[in-house]
Structures are given as C-alpha cells and as structure tokens.
Design a protein around this ligand. Structure first.
Ligand code: UDX
Ligand code: UDX
Length: 459
C-alpha cells in the first residue's frame, strides 16, 4: 500500500511507543515505524507482551500493528524511508564530568543526529520529542546542516506531556499539543505539517504553535510547576503534623479556589518518575549557567522538599516503631512511582526501601506491576527483601505496612484479615493517604497518615 507520509520514531520507550501507536491508529494514511537499538524491546513491541504496562495500550497497538504501525531494529532503513523523524531517545541526567547530577546527557541525541545525517538523501523534518534543554535544537541544526548533500533538515519541537498510567487517554484527549518551530517560512511550514498529523483527532484550538525555544522550555516549566505544587503541599503536610491540621482538608479548601485548582495537591511521600527530578535539575543547571542563581535556588528547593519528604517518612516509621526496626518485617504496599504503571524510575519506594534496610528491617514488597523493576532497583540487597505479589501473603507476621503507591486495589483489601495475620502492635504508615484510617484504627491498627493526626491505641 502507498502511504501519504512515512513517519519514523527513534526510541521505543515510554514516550515513543505509546505516542506512535496513537498516531498510527488515528492516521491510517501514514506509515509509522518505531525503531530502537534494543532488540528485546522491539521483540516485545511485536508481541502481546508489550515492554511497558499502560492501560489501553495493547488495544491501540493491536488496532494498527502490521497495518501502518511497525516496530523494528533497523534504524538505518527507517531513517532512509522517513519524511518525518520523531526522536524520543532518552536524555537522562548526566552522571559524569561538568554538570554531573544536574545537566542532561545529550549523547544519545547527538549520536542520533549524526545517524540521521549519514543515512538521509532528501530533506526531512526532525521532531524533538525527548525533553531537552532549551536551545538544544540550535546544536542539532548545526550538526544536521553540516551535510554535504545539499539537503535541509527543519528541526521542530513537539514536547510530550503524557503522564504514565494515563498515557493513552492523555494522547487521545490532550489538553494541548505544542509545536515549536523557527519563525521562518520553512519553519512554519514544518510546524503546519506536524500540526496536520495531530489534527486527525485533536481540535484545532488545542494545537498551539510557538517559537522553538518557547516549546523546548515549556516542557521543563510545565514539569517544574507540577512538581512545585506537590512539594508545596508536602511541605505543608509537615506543618499539619505539628498542628493537628489535616492536609487533605487543606488541599480541598485551597484547591477549591478556581485560581489555584484542585489537581496535583495530593500530599505524598514525594514525587517520582523519570521526568520531574531530571527536568528540574536541568532547569536549575540552565539557570545557573546563565548566572541566574536566585532563580536556580528557587527551583532547587522543589527537589530539596521532595527529598525531605521521603526522609521524613522513613524517620517517622523508625520513631513510631519504638526507634528500632531491626529484624522487624515491614511490607511496602506498592513500589511503582505512581499507580497504573510498572515503572519505578526515581520512585520514592527505592529510597524508603534502602533506608529501612540500612536500619536492618526485613522488607516484603508487594506491587501489582512493579516487582520485576523493584528487583532490579534493589539488586544486591536480595537476601533481606522478599517480593510477593499477594498482599495477604506479604503481610503474614509483619509488624508494619507502608503505603508507597496509590493502587486502587490496596483500598479494597480486607484489612481485618491482614491485621489478624500480623504481629502486634501493628502499624500502618499511609504515604499516600488512600486508606480509610478510621476503619483501620477500629480494626486495631496504629495508623500514621501523612499530614493528619495519628490514630494510635497507645496510652
Ligand atoms: C522519554 C523522553 O524521550 C525523555 O527525554 C524524557 O525526558 C523521558 O521520557 P522514555 O521514553 O521514558 O524517554 O525513555 P526510555 O523508556 O528510556 O526510552 C528511550 C528508548 O530509546 C530506549 O528504548 C532506548 O533503547 C532507545 N534508544 C536510546 C535508541 O534507540 N537509540 C539510542 O541511541 C539511545
Ligand atoms: C509527568 C507529567 O505529569 C507529564 O505531563 C510529563 O510528560 C511527564 O512527567 P508522570 O511522571 O508520568 O508525568 O506522572 P505524574 O502523574 O505527573 O506523577 C509524577 C509523580 O508525582 C508521581 O510520583 C505521583 O505519585 C506524584 N504525585 C502526583 C503526587 O505525589 N501528588 C499529586 O497530587 C500528583
């Protein structure tokens, strides 16, 4: 079949895979190929055992795979055939040299740009999907224009705002699609071409065009603002615990102000995920590199509070369990960085688990999707950690439960049955405030919510 356009995506990860699956399902006239250097990943994208867990993803993949959606390891062939190339390779925080621990590691991006130049014999649009420091496109343009073939690459920024666990809904019904381009004739034309893809299912009013630098920076700023809300409410949760105020009531009261809004005000053990920390660190680094130290300090505080919140949670567990947890069995209910995903990147669960193990607790981790990743994250500590998908079995002889992830299934557990199988006194530390604390207290648990008064049976 002849397709109107050949779209390629380099990088079949959490962003590239779902995004391209939705584009293919909505644009049957386009051929969408997703390539990746990782053979195992591609093998799984071509099976029903997809490499990432995302509600609704398999149905979308199945609707288009083999028709106009293809997954392959052949990066070179993919580049040759493409009219439009989305790049969604990973851009992790740099671990070495200047900017280590702060700046983005752009080596995969740059390598990809060189591969594109080497294997192209006609002009193409290159779309930045990965989150990148502002003005990366300038460096990319320089690499891409260094070709001796007389072909033109127009670099466009189309940051991805999908959130894991709801990626398919976010892609099908986005709040907005942002497309940044050079404000030249060819830049605007390229932006229109990308907009036309999304126009197959997104209302025109939601497709925003901007200059290239605004689009690149908007992604960092959107994530920084979201994370800042969480750190703001988490900071207040600490004050609530000192004053008997209830952080849930405060979120509700404050979030009812339409100027503030109610979302992203759930107190938690801290935000995780591959983006928030990495993007804020990157923002901070960029600000410092321009000498904007006050601005950098302001955003850095969002991370400081996030680390403080995780640390506070661990300290509370130790203190309330009589200042020693040596040999005590503690169940982590959840390990994913949020519900509805198996992803554990930057999950607060990693920090909590490591700290509890340093205090020589015995850990059992129970999560419906994230146990395989949890094992990798805690590799080397295997002897003191058990991984048990069934929360009832996990809780037998345990002394404490700590909620790490807000899975719906945890709310529905039979806590009377769990309590009966545990050692006494039994403790619950609800790092997500998802459980019915009064009910747990009535059953006999000593309950330690976050930012709310404790409910204990101790005199
Ligand atoms: C995305 C974005 O692209 C990243 O910039 C953002 O900040 C986080 O989300 P994500 O899809 O979550 O990344 O990353 P990951 O799941 O690691 O996927 C990246 C894929 O690119 C991997 O499958 C990796 O094998 C592939 N890759 C990496 C290549 O195909 N070629 C490379 O040279 C490097
Ligand atoms: C985020 C952005 O939301 C998305 O737009 C961007 O493209 C990628 O980064 P993601 O990391 O997948 O998405 O999940 P998100 O729902 O934003 O949650 C991030 C973290 O914040 C999770 O650990 C979550 O549990 C936590 N969180 C979220 C809270 O602690 N409280 C809240 O009220 C909301």
């Amino acid at each position: 079949m002849k397709f109107a356009k050949n779209i390629l995506c380099i990088g079949a990860g959490y962003v590239g895979g779902p995004t391209m699956a939705v584009i293919a399902s909505k644009c049957p006239g386009c051929k969408v190929t997703v390539v990746d250097i990782n053979e195992e990943r591609i093998r799984r994208w071509n099976s029903d055992d997809l490499p990432i867990f995302e509600p609704g993803l398999l149905d979308v993949v199945r609707s288009a795979r083999g028709r106009n959606l293809f997954f392959s390891n052949d990066v070179v062939e993919g580049i040759k055939a493409a009219d439009i190339i989305f790049v969604s390779v990973n851009t992790p925080t740099k671990t070495f040299g200047y900017g280590a621990g702060m700046a983005s590691d752009l080596q995969y991006w740059e390598k990809t740009a060189h591969e594109i130049v080497a294997n192209s014999d006609r002009s193409k649009i290159i779309v930045e999907k990965s989150t990148l420091p502002v003005r990366t496109a300038e460096a990319m343009e320089r690499i891409l224009q260094e070709n001796k073939k007389g072909i033109h690459f127009e670099v466009v920024s189309n940051p991805e705002f999908l959130s894991e666990g709801s990626a398919i809904m976010d892609l099908l019904e986005p709040d907005r699609v942002l497309i940044g381009s050079r404000q030249t004739e060819s830049g605007r034309k390229a932006a229109q071409e990308i907009a036309a893809i999304f126009a197959h299912w997104v209302a025109p009013g939601k497709i925003i065009t901007a200059n290239l630098w605004s689009a690149e920076l908007s992604k960092l700023v959107a994530n920084a603002f979201l994370a800042q809300r969480i750190s703001s409410i988490n900071a207040i949760s600490a004050l609530c615990e000192k004053t008997d105020a209830d952080v849930g009531e405060i979120s509700y009261a404050v979030g009812s102000d339409t100027r503030i809004g109610s979302r992203f005000l759930n107190a938690s053990i801290g935000f995780g995920g591959s983006c928030f920390k990495k993007d804020i660190l990157n923002l901070v680094y960029i600000c410092r590199s321009y000498g904007l130290n006050e601005v950098a300090d302001y955003w850095q505080a969002v991370i400081v509070i996030n680390e403080y919140q995780q640390e506070r949670f661990v300290r509370k567990i130790i203190k309330e369990m009589f200042n020693t947890i040596v040999g005590k069995k503690i169940v982590l209910l959840g390990f994913a960085f949020k519900a509805n995903t198996g992803d554990t990147r930057e999950s607060p669960g990693i920090h909590v688990a490591r700290k509890l193990l340093e205090e020589r607790a015995e850990l059992v981790i129970s999560d419906p999707q994230a146990l395989a990743n949890a094992r990798k994250d805690l590799a080397g500590l295997a002897d003191s950690v058990e991984y048990e998908p069934d929360p009832y079995r996990a809780a037998v002889d345990a002394q404490g439960l700590a909620v790490i992830t807000e899975w719906e299934s945890f709310k529905k557990l039979d806590f009377a049955r769990i309590f009966a199988s545990m050692r006494k006194p039994a403790f619950v530390f609800d790092g997500r405030n998802i459980l019915d604390h009064q009910q747990l207290f009535s059953i006999g648990f000593n309950v330690f919510p976050l930012g709310k008064p404790n409910l204990t049976h101790f005199k």
